[in-house]
Design a protein around this ligand. Structure first.
Ligand code: ISE
Length: 319
């Protein structure tokens, strides 16, 4: 089997993570180029792994020696870059969020559907984490009966000063939004965002910590604690309460300091699955659904009200 020739757009933290994994840890992948609008940043990363640097993501997408593309640039660029991959008929793994709005994400769903192929994967890597996969397997096996409640914790030790209230939801809580949809196999229909006493370390304008309540179509209630500047470590927890028992994600000891460490294997497995061509991860619809839920969360954080999720079910490929 010939290697899949890959290119990465974005030489920041996430792009660098994918470049280094594709260069050395993913079987069947041949990394051929790195692109970034800051050519020198792309060149520095490209030199590290011995590939070429490009100053334009669209040039990388058009390159005849690139079969598949990782989009890890700023979220504002995602829609146009993903759609350029679709027009070129190339598979794309887009880092979350798929786009900066539900409407933009829905346009990607429609553009992919028009190709008649599954070409889009979205970088919700927790679906590849062994702990979450075991949790889902046991839940699906009926070990605790029907799920009734989920208690989730998502604590970062620290986050960049540029983080604002919207990013707290769209860049962080978005992981729980996707993993809850995946664990339960159903949509989230309404949300409430509540914040109490802020930590003195909170980024300016950010209510940190905050609690996000998610309601699913079958009535499961999920509480997500989002704490961006918890200081002590990167701590992600998930407990499912069922009719006859509970299941919980194992908590690593010691608690790691960052997501790159906590989910290192999940990122490898996500890329390995993507390169293998088995579309087992989150797709364009999942990216759209996550965008619709996080938009409702942002609205609820502003109003304090229970907010219904606006999701155009008719846009779902295959109904
Ligand atoms: C970051 O972008 C991630 O994806 C991490 O998983 C999350 O914990 C962090 O809050 C985000 O900023």
């Amino acid at each position: 089997m010939t290697d899949v020739r890959t290119g990465v757009i974005g030489a920041g933290a996430m792009g660098s993570l994918h470049v280094r994994l594709l260069a050395s840890d993913v079987m069947g992948a041949e990394l051929v180029a790195v692109a970034d609008i800051e050519l020198e940043r792309a060149a520095q990363l490209a030199r590290e792994v011995g590939v070429r640097a490009i100053g334009d993501g669209y040039e990388l997408i058009a390159s005849p020696d690139v079969d598949a593309v990782v989009v890890a640039s700023s979220p504002e660029t995602h829609e146009d870059l993903v759609r350029a991959c679709l027009e070129a008929g190339k598979r794309v793994l887009c880092e979350k969020p798929l786009a900066t709005s539900a409407e933009a994400s829905r346009r990607i769903v429609e553009a992919e559907a028009a190709t008649g192929r599954r070409l889009v994967d979205v970088g919700f890597m927790r679906r590849y984490d062994a702990g979450y996969r075991d949790l889902k397997r046991r839940l699906d096996d009926g070990e605790i009966g029907d799920p009734l409640l989920l208690h989730c914790v998502h604590r970062n030790a620290d986050i960049p000063p540029s983080f604002d209230q919207r990013l707290a939801i769209t860049d962080s809580v978005v992981h729980e939004v996707d993993v809850v949809r995946w664990l339960l196999g159903e949509e989230i229909t309404a949300v409430i965002v509540v914040a109490g006493r802020p930590t003195r370390h909170a980024p300016s304008g950010v209510r940190d910590p905050q609690v996000v309540l998610l309601e699913t179509a079958s009535g499961v209630v999920v509480d997500v604690e989002s704490f961006l500047r918890a200081r002590y470590g990167y701590d992600v927890r998930c407990e499912v309460v069922g009719e006859t028992g509970t299941l919980a994600l194992p908590v690593p000891e010691p608690i790691p300091m960052g997501f790159e460490d906590r989910f290192a294997q999940a990122y490898r497995d996500e890329l390995q699955a993507w390169v293998s061509g088995a579309p087992t991860g989150a797709g364009a619809w999942d990216g759209y659904a996550a965008s619709a839920v996080t938009e409702a969360c942002v609205r609820s954080a502003q109003t304090g009200l229970r907010t219904e999720v606006q999701l155009e079910a008719g846009a779902r490929p295959g109904g």
